[in-house]
Design a protein around this ligand. Sequence first.
Ligand SMILES: C[C@H](O)[C@H](O)[C@H]1CNC2=NC(N)=NC(=O)C2=N1
Length: 92
Amino acid sequence: MAQLLSATEIQEKVGQLSGWHLEGKEIRCQKTFKDFVEAIAWVNKLVEPAEAAGHHPDITISYNKVIVSLTTHDAGGLTELDFDLATVISSL
Ligand SMILES: C[C@H](O)[C@H](O)[C@H]1CNC2=NC(N)=NC(=O)C2=N1
C-alpha cells in the first residue's frame, strides 16, 4: 500500500502544485468552464489517466464548476499517488 506522506512533505508538495490546496486529508482543485458540456468534457479527460494510475479522484460537478479531490482512500490520507495524479490533471 502507498505510504502516507508527513505533514511537512504535504506542505512542500502543495506549495509546488499550482491551483491545488489542502483540505483536511485531501488536495483539491476547482475549475470553471463555459457550461456543463465543457465541464463534462474536461472530466472525461481525467478518466484515462486515472484508470492508468489505478487511482481515482472524487469529483463534484455543479453545472459549469468541477471540484476534483484527491486522497488515497486505502491509506486514509495523502500519498505520492495523489500528487502524481494531480500533476497529470493539471497538465490536461
Ligand atoms: C484495488 C484498487 O486498485 C484500489 O481500491 C484503488 C482504486 N482507486 C483508488 N483511488 C483512490 N483515490 N484511492 C484509493 O485508495 C484507491 N484504491
